[in-house]
Design a binder for this molecule. Structure first.
Ligand SMILES: [Cu+2]
Length: 162
C-alpha cells in the first residue's frame, strides 16, 4: 500500500514537471494517479472544509469513500445548481473513466471534512485515504497527503495550479 502511494506521488511530481502531459502516458495498469491534493485552511471556529485534487485512474474505477483522522465525518460532495442557487450535496461516489483526469475543485466535486478535529492552518498536511473500486468491485486504498492552502485560495488554473 505504502509503495503504491509513493508511486502515485512520484507520478504526480513527474506530471508537475511535464505539465500538460496527456493521460495517455499512463501505463495500462490499475494505478490511480493523485495530483496536487490540497485542503482549504480553516478559520478558528470553522468546523468543515473541502479537499481538492486531480484523479486519473488507469482502469475504469470509482471513488467510493474517503477516510481521514482529521474529521469525524468525511463525505464526497458535489456543487450543483438547485433553484438557481449553487448548493453542495453528498454523492455516493465519483466515476473515474480510464485514463481521464477527474478534477475535484472548488465549485465542483470535493471531499468534505465535517466536524474537524482542530483548525487547519496554511501549510499543514492532512492525511487521507481514498477508497477506489474497480469494475469488479475490488477496492484499493490510496494514501494522500493534502497540504493546506490559505482560506481564500482560488481554484487552481485548469491544467496546473502552481
Ligand atoms: Cu461540501
Amino acid at each position: 500500500m505504502k509503495k503504491t502511494a509513493i508511486k502515485s506521488l512520484a507520478a504526480a511530481f513527474a506530471l508537475c514537471v511535464f505539465a500538460g502531459a496527456a493521460p495517455a502516458a499512463f501505463a495500462q495498469d490499475a494505478s490511480v494517479s493523485v495530483e496536487d491534493p490540497w485542503v482549504r485552511a480553516t478559520a478558528p471556529n470553522q468546523h468543515a472544509t473541502g479537499v481538492f485534487m486531480r484523479l486519473t485512474s488507469a482502469a475504469p474505477g470509482r471513488l467510493v469513500a474517503v477516510e481521514s483522522q482529521a474529521a469525524k465525518h468525511v463525505e464526497i460532495h458535489e456543487m450543483a445548481m438547485q433553484d438557481n442557487v449553487m448548493k453542495m450535496r453528498q454523492v455516493p461516489g465519483i466515476d473515474l473513466p480510464a485514463g481521464q483526469a477527474v478534477e475535484l475543485k472548488p465549485g465542483s466535486y470535493h471531499v468534505m471534512l465535517i466536524d474537524l478535529a482542530r483548525q487547519i492552518a496554511p501549510g499543514e498536511h492532512v492525511a487521507l485515504t481514498l477508497v477506489v473500486e474497480d469494475t469488479r468491485r475490488q477496492q484499493r486504498r490510496i494514501a494522500v497527503d493534502a497540504v493546506a492552502r490559505p482560506l481564500n485560495a482560488a481554484a487552481p488554473a485548469a491544467g496546473h495550479g502552481h
